[in-house]
Ligand binder design. Structure first.
Ligand code: SF4
Ligand code: MG
Length: 326
């Protein structure tokens, strides 16, 4: 199928007083047009940093993209001058976050912010842009959109701000949408509506979407393919049916088994014992070994490579030809 985005060998490090945090360390994945790629893993596994790296929004210092390529529609974004990159942000690639205040400017009305992008990138007249902005606000379920368009972000509730941010992100019809826990802070009904909206966008406009979440339930409803990240690396990659039918990596199995429990992240993930390792004191070998029930001697000594198994990928010594027996 038609590749829209290809991330190759991405490395994003943070240089802190206590040492180097390799937040993303050699990550590969791709997104096709008209596809939702789910990116799952606990907090601190490098999902958000991967997404921020795609748009080159990593704060330097302390962060820096130190290696890899981000090929978007045939161009390596890491080689673009900043002014070209600015044209891509919000227009060709849009992003929605868990915290909408990071993308809404408090000193402009919601309407001004949606219209700004339309006037800049879409060549619309004032009137067309305003009408389109009202339409977008209606699309994301903002009541009395004709008035809400002239309000400021602080006049909106949290859920409404989230919708406004999504309206802004979708208004320019980006070919790639990066969605980082877009519905985590919302109640279940609104969450469902927003996810439906994202799915429609994929189907109607052939948008490629990365959907970051710690919630495998959301992934099951939404994604076509899944990348599982752990400790800055991809540990498994497969299509949605394979991941749910037969997870290969012990971490994926752990996430999988923890789906139907309580509704906070902590409760959900309690099935996997232990916690994500401190990136400053990463364990030797497979970074999952202190939490893994299948751990072998080799796991404590050597990082497993990402292995190809009939089109799906897994980073675990259990699937190596020279794995230990017993
Ligand atoms: Fe577990 Fe070893 Fe596989 Fe790591 S490499 S997930 S420790 S079995
Ligand atoms: Mg995150």
């Amino acid at each position: 199928s038609d590749t829209l985005l290809e991330v190759k060998g991405l490395q994003t490090y943070f240089y802190t007083e206590d040492g180097t945090v390799k937040a993303v360390d050699g990550v590969d994945f791709h997104v096709n047009r008209g596809e939702i790629l789910g990116i799952v893993g606990e907090s601190g596994c490098g999902k958000s940093v991967s997404n921020m790296s795609i748009l080159r929004l990593i704060q330097d210092p302390p962060g820096k993209i130190v290696g890899g390529e981000i090929n978007f529609e045939g161009t390596n974004l890491l080689e673009l001058p900043e002014n070209k990159m600015r044209n891509i942000r919000g227009n060709d690639i849009a992003m929605i976050f868990q915290e909408p205040m990071t993308s809404l400017n408090p000193v402009f009305t919601v309407g001004d912010q949606i219209m700004e992008a339309l006037l800049l990138h879409r060549n619309m007249s004032m009137e067309e842009a305003r009408n389109h902005a009202v339409e977008m606000l209606k699309t994301v379920g903002i009541p009395r959109a004709n008035e809400a368009i002239d309000e400021y972000p602080h006049q909106f509730s949290g859920g409404m701000r989230q919708r406004a941010m999504i309206a802004m992100a979708l208004s320019c019809n980006p070919s790639l949408l990066l969605a980082d826990e877009p519905t985590t802070a919302l109640d279940v009904t609104i969450q469902k509506q927003i996810l439906e909206l994202i799915k429609d966008m994929k189907e109607q406009y052939d948008t490629g979407i990365t959907l970051i979440t710690h919630d495998l339930g959301v992934i099951a409803d939404m994604a076509d393919r899944v990348v599982v990240m752990y400790a800055g690396k991809v540990v498994e990659q497969a299509d949605i049916f394979e991941i749910f039918d037969k997870p290969l990596h012990p971490y994926t199995s752990g996430l999988h088994e923890s789906i139907p429990t309580m509704d906070t992240e902590a409760e959900r993930l309690k099935v996997i014992r232990g916690v994500v390792p401190n990136p400053l004191t990463m364990p030797e070998g497979c970074p999952f070994h202190p939490r893994c029930d299948h751990e072998m001697t080799k796991c404590r000594e050597k990082m497993p490579p990402l292995m190809d198994l009939n089109g799906r990928q897994v980073r675990c010594w259990l699937y190596s030809e020279d794995k230990e027996v017993g």
